[in-house]
Design a protein around this ligand. Structure first.
Ligand code: GAL
Length: 380
């Protein structure tokens, strides 16, 4: 069978049969571990380019691999599950030697993973754990539960209920808050929301925090595909349904900067941020440049910084270990059960960023420049 024909057909089943009839020629099954980097291709699949964060991740992984001489096939899936499946299928049929995958839907890549395993292609789950498959070989991410705790804590600090050092703040309740979570098909969502709710629950239980909408379950507060517009709509609905009696929102738990910007837009459209009607405290995640400007301007309260440069480095280390027929170094072998097995993980630390931290955490470390922060835009 001609290779062109195979590529044209694509598909997981095909990758399986290819592996079966050619003895694993499509992937690294035949590799000895002594190949030159320039003979090896790493397939990198990222969910979407609508978020600054994933662009930074894709670029960082690609440039770090290329600096070591590897070939890189980087694809973005436009947040469309069939597109991602197809792109990964194609990476397999085209002979990728390792796959680095940030899934849109954590359960939707099982057949691709089966094909990868049959072709002996190691799979690294990037930031979002792939669920329901035994064929995930390694996971690189951050401490996602801690991200949630940091978001809950940042909401409490922003509201003045806690000080940054963890001591009790001077504010008194009751204060009105609303809750947002990420996409339920992303394994991280349960960690972020769980960590945040464990932190906020005592304050909700004793009446210091009031969720006026009464929407507190993950299903009620989730945001499909993490979309800014979806979050904006939900915030608009919350304002008209639960705050039409003249009461005000004091804080909003947001799990991701894009969602935070949707929430802030809805609030501003409803007159918050003008005169005496102060904008609520809004949290975030990812230190996206548009949100860092908002934090610098006193509009968004905080974000959780996850250094994509370090994540990319860990993904590259793991890929290289697999290519050299070694096991990557894990620092967590307990937390990330994907429903079928516990996936060995390397988890990186996180940092909360308030306005005062922008310089030390983001500018001095070279993540964003002062000009980018002022402009709210990444310089290409
Ligand atoms: C999560 C990720 C977050 C955020 C979100 C939306 O999986 O851990 O950092 O980027 O997706 O893209």
């Amino acid at each position: 069978m001609g290779r062109k024909f195979l590529v044209a057909l694509g598909g997981a089943a095909l990758a399986l049969s290819l592996a079966a009839c050619s003895g694993g020629g499509a992937g690294s099954g035949e590799k000895s571990g002594d190949e030159k980097p320039s003979d090896l291709t790493i397939g990198v699949s990222m969910p979407t380019q609508t978020s600054e964060r994933w662009i930074a991740d894709g670029n960082a992984v690609k440039s770090k691999l290329e600096a070591k001489g590897y070939k890189v096939d980087l694809q973005y899936a436009g947040d469309d599950i069939p597109t991602q499946s197809q792109q990964v299928d194609q990476m397999i049929t085209q002979g990728a030697d390792v796959l680095i995958l940030a899934a849109i839907d954590g359960t939707a890549l099982s057949s691709q993973l089966q094909a990868a395993a049959a072709a002996k292609i190691p799979v690294i789950s990037y930031d979002r754990l792939i669920r329901g498959s035994k064929d995930v070989d390694f996971y690189v991410s951050f401490d996602n539960y801690k991200v949630g705790v940091a978001q809950g804590t940042a909401l409490l600090v922003g509201l003045g209920l806690l000080n940054k050092d963890g001591s009790k703040g001077t504010a008194k309740g009751p204060l009105n808050v609303e809750l947002f979570a990420g996409s339920l098909d992303d394994n991280n969502t349960q960690f972020f929301f769980g960590g945040a709710m464990d932190t906020l629950k005592p304050f909700i239980d004793d009446g210091t925090l009031v969720v006026k909408s009464k929407q507190t379950t993950p299903e009620q507060v989730a945001t499909l595909r993490w979309q800014q517009e979806t979050a904006q709509k939900r915030m608009e609905n919350l304002l008209t349904s639960a705050y039409n009696d003249g009461s005000k929102v004091d804080g909003v738990l947001s799990p991701y900067d894009g969602i935070s910007r949707g929430i802030i837009t809805a609030l501003q459209n409803a007159g918050y941020g003008k005169g005496a009607k102060k904008l609520p405290v809004v949290t975030g995640q990812d230190a996206e440049i548009a949100s860092i400007k908002l934090i610098n301007d006193g509009v968004q309260s905080s974000t959780v910084f996850k250094d994509t440069r370090l994540l990319a480095e860990q993904a590259v280390n793991a890929a290289e270990a697999f290519l050299q027929k070694k096991q990557p170094q894990a620092n967590d072998t307990k937390t990330y059960n994907n429903g079928v097995k516990v996936v060995p993980a390397y988890l990186l630390p996180i940092a909360t960023v308030y306005k005062d931290d922008i310089k030390a955490t983001l500018i001095d470390s070279g993540y964003w420049t002062a000009e980018e922060v002022a402009a709210g835009q990444a310089k290409k």
